[in-house]
Design a protein around this ligand. Structure first.
Ligand code: HPA
Length: 273
């Protein structure tokens, strides 16, 4: 099946047939951050499996549904559960969610993820506003025939993580008990966590945090000129930063510990952007 304009339009058309809500902001929730969806007022839920040409979530802790409704007076469409390269999807397939949200009319995209800290000044529970990313391998979700309805063949990525949106999010941070950081996110394909040597390399290259998501969505958004605001919730120190293995419930535990403060902060940000 070619990923042409009609491919994405079919998914969007089905979603429009299920609700009159015209979302202005898209939100994608990362591992352990699904409970934020409870903030959505008057929700209309659509399971991914019902949407033609869409993908299905296979990752643990990813609910697998689209939720449309209102947060802080803004109409939103929220993906509770996202898609990752490690699930077996191709880079090209990973263009689907953001292009479908774009066709629903969103003008801004807010992304969240769980991440490991490479920066030794960070602590689990910090929230890092992503200022830029590093992705060195595995090509691009825009690889293959260009779909000109979304954007040009070659496209600029110098302000993918919108400096304007970050400025607004920074101003909302004053009222939050969270430690809000700002830094560079580096993509690793997973599903294995990184090795200590990879983390040392990431630090030399300029990464502050690492994770297995977000960059395909941001690149797809940059191609269709959709401004992105992205938050990496630091759930653990990356491999080798502290003694002992990575994982073992720490990712979900930290995400659930800050859930209520993070939800309050996100609500304020969504009202302000
Ligand atoms: N590495 C990659 N992805 C992650 C991590 C990590 O340490 N923590 C949460 N997501």
């Amino acid at each position: 099946m070619p990923y042409n304009y009609d491919y994405y339009a079919k998914s969007a058309e089905y979603i429009r047939s299920r609700t009159d809500i015209k979302p202005e902001i898209g939100i994608i929730l990362g591992t352990g951050l699904g409970p934020f969806a409870r903030q959505i007022e008057n929700p209309v839920e659509i399971p991914y499996k019902d949407i033609p040409n869409f993908l299905v979530s296979t990752a643990p802790d990813h609910a697998g549904k689209l939720i449309l409704g209102t947060i802080s007076g803004r109409k939103v469409v929220c993906m509770s559960g996202r898609f990752h390269f490690y699930e077996g999807y191709s880079m090209e397939q990973l263009s689907i969610p953001v292009r479908v949200l774009k066709l629903l009319g969103i003008q801004k995209l807010v992304l969240t993820n769980a991440a490991g800290a490479v920066n030794t000044g960070y602590r689990p529970g910090d929230v890092m506003m992503i200022s830029d990313h590093i992705k060195l391998y595995l090509g691009s979700p825009m690889r293959g025939p260009n779909v000109p309805e979304f954007g040009g063949r070659f496209f600029d990525v110098s302000d993918m993580y919108s400096s304007n949106l970050r400025e607004i999010a920074r101003s909302c941070a004053a009222d939050s008990p969270l430690r809000i950081q700002e830094g560079v996110y580096m993509f690793f394909p997973g599903p294995q966590f990184e090795s200590p040597a990879e983390i040392r390399a990431a630090r030399i290259l300029g990464a502050d945090a690492i994770g297995m998501s977000t960059v395909t969505e941001t690149l797809t958004a940059a191609h269709c000129k959709l401004p992105v605001l992205a938050f990496a919730v630091i759930t653990n120190m990356a491999a080798g930063v502290k003694k002992g293995p990575v994982g073992g419930g720490e990712v979900e535990e930290t995400a659930s510990r800050i859930e209520s403060d993070f939800s309050s902060y996100m609500k304020e940000v969504i009202g302000a952007i």
